[in-house]
Design a protein around this ligand. Structure first.
Ligand code: PLP
Length: 353
């Protein structure tokens, strides 16, 4: 019986991607060599890197004339400091929508002044706050999807201020006007691929505006000039990300994925709203399509609910300790059957009581 894995990350990828990835570890495309034993400077790997960089822009509807895609290391957490190291000159605006935004703010403060232009911290980050970025800022930083709290930004500003966005938990999950962004970054391990690489998409104009004396490994221009091969790249993580992006393209691209994601999230949220035993954490207007956070209204039902979950082979549903309760992470590769299985358990609990 299938395990329904709601893990927030690292998380599920399509079964065919796992299979192709494991084949490549044994024998890459019939070459007789493992993906893991060839030079990153070999023709075979350069092709993989080029296709991965091109396909990431293609899926976002961006042109290589205007943007550069990089596959870096150090996770999204390194991007928290890297964006500031490269571009914070005087003051940057940050939107505080949860744990990951706070971490980004903390790192940026090492490099310059930070103005928190909006925060929902006083309501345990259950919504996306209003904000004002009409002053002059080096850039505006936001987190499009708040993995822990289950909120998601629906509209992004059109502004002359460069917009930097952490899309770690909703990259390739919905169609946006990606031209609004000057930097998009995303740790791979949710919607993109395995842990170990971070996609950075940066507007080419910005590469001419990097602060002085940024060390090479932290410098976007160095990575861009070396076609994302300044040092040995994480070959496995990049290859699996490429396989996953090919899968996204094959099933119809980001718009087809969005349609599926919307069906899944509508299904879980309508159960949360209709079932008197549960309540959602995030305000309805700002609910995330990726991570649905909810609690039991009465903890006396916890034991029964959790034993029913394990009977249905539903796993990794525990909420983050800062919210408690449950979190259903429904990334791109999750089939609607898994969400259906969860909703059935929730409604069965109601019928038993
Ligand atoms: C929105 C968001 N940003 C950043 C991170 C941190 O990513 P990493 O572990 O790749 O540094 C996470 C991890 O869950 C996340 O969800």
């Amino acid at each position: 019986m299938k395990i329904h894995n709601f893990c927030a990350g690292p998380s599920i990828l399509p079964a065919e991607v796992f299979e192709q990835a494991s084949n490549a570890v044994i024998d890459l495309n019939g070459s007789g060599l493992s993906l893991l034993e060839i030079s990153h400077r070999s023709h075979a790997f350069i092709e993989i890197m080029d296709e991965a960089r091109d396909l990431s822009l293609e899926l976002l509807g961006l042109s290589g004339k205007d943007y550069t895609a990089l596959f870096l290391q150090g996770g999204a957490s390194s991007q928290f400091l890297m964006v500031a190291y490269n571009f914070l000159k005087n003051e940057a605006a940050y939107l505080n929508t949860g744990t990951w935004s706070k971490k980004a703010i903390k790192e940026a403060k090492i490099f310059g002044d930070v103005k928190v232009v909006g925060s929902s911290e006083n309501e345990n980050f259950n919504h996306i706050p209003e904000y004002d970025i009409s002053e002059k800022f080096d850039y505006f930083h936001c987190t499009s999807n708040n993995t822990i709290f289950g909120t998601q930004i629906n509209s992004f500003p059109s502004t002359d201020t460069p917009v930097f966005c952490d899309m770690s938990s909703d990259i390739f999950s919905r169609v946006l006007d990606f031209k609004k962004f000057d930097i998009i970054y995303a740790g791979a391990q949710k919607n993109l691929g395995p842990a170990g690489t971070t996609l950075v998409v940066i507007k080419n104009d910005l590469l001419e505006n990097i602060n002085e004396n940024v060390p090479s490994m932290m410098n976007y221009k160095v990575h861009a000039e070396k076609s994302s091969m300044f040092n040995t790249p994480p070959v496995f993580a990049i290859y699996v990300s490429l396989l996953n992006m090919r899968w996204i393209k094959k099933i119809g691209g980001v718009s087809a994925i969005e349609e599926m994601n919307r069906k899944k999230s509508d299904m879980i949220y309508s159960e949360i709203d209709l079932n008197p035993l549960f309540k959602g954490h995030a305000k309805k207007i700002d609910r995330s399509m990726m991570n649905a956070t909810f609690n039991l209204c009465d903890d006396n039902f916890k034991e029964s609910f959790e034993s029913m979950l394990s009977e249905a082979r539903i796993t990794a549903l525990a909420g983050h300790r800062s919210v408690g309760g449950y979190r259903a992470s429904m990334y791109n590769a999750m089939g609607i059957d898994s969400v259906k299985a969860l909703v059935e358990v929730m409604s069965e609990l109601e019928s038993k009581i």
